[in-house]
Design a binder for this molecule. Structure first.
Ligand SMILES: [Zn+2]
Length: 162
């Protein structure tokens, strides 16, 4: 189900900042409006936002960047896991237990990071290539920004909660 899109107002007051786009993305929310529920069971990511109508695959091949983000996030988690497990068990390293534990982390991290990396990459993409006038329901997107800073005069029926 795609939300009905309303066009960009002639003079928008605020659009989501880069920090907000990235913060929403890293939490697995729609970067444009902050709506939750963009994926189920980690690997089943919705093609568009149910709240503002943003198509997450903005251009063909868009999610190649998400694969890169997933790799970076997963390797970061694995590095932290390795360093913590070595620090906790120093100086007597139970090599087999450490290997098994970190192999489990290496398998789980990309699966857990997959939807987050897709949303984060979409946020990075929006920061680099701003949203077009017909790409989202601007009343929802601007309402999510204005609600955050205390403005309530935008007429929105958004269901997001940030
Ligand atoms: Zn959205």
């Amino acid at each position: 189900m795609t939300a009905q899109r309303r066009p960009l107002p002639a003079r928008p007051r605020k659009v989501p900042s880069t920090v907000r786009l990235l913060w929403r993305g890293v939490r697995g929310r729609c970067p444009a409006c902050g709506a939750r529920g963009q994926y189920r069971w980690l690997v089943n990511v919705s093609p568009s936002c149910h709240n503002c109508g943003l198509q997450f695959e903005r251009i063909e091949g868009h999610f190649v960047g998400a694969v890169g983000m997933n790799t970076i996030m997963s390797l970061g988690i694995l590095l932290i896991s390795l360093l913590v497990s070595i620090a906790v068990t120093y100086p007597d390293f139970p090599v087999l237990k450490l290997m098994l534990a970190n192999i489990a982390v290496a398998i789980a991290a990309p699966l857990v990071c997959y939807p987050l990396s897709r949303m984060l990459w979409t946020g990075i993409d929006i920061a680099m290539r701003p949203l077009g006038p017909d790409e989202v329901d601007w009343a929802v997107v601007l309402g999510s920004v204005n609600k955050w800073v205390g403005h309530t005069d935008m007429n929105t029926d958004s269901g997001n909660s940030e």
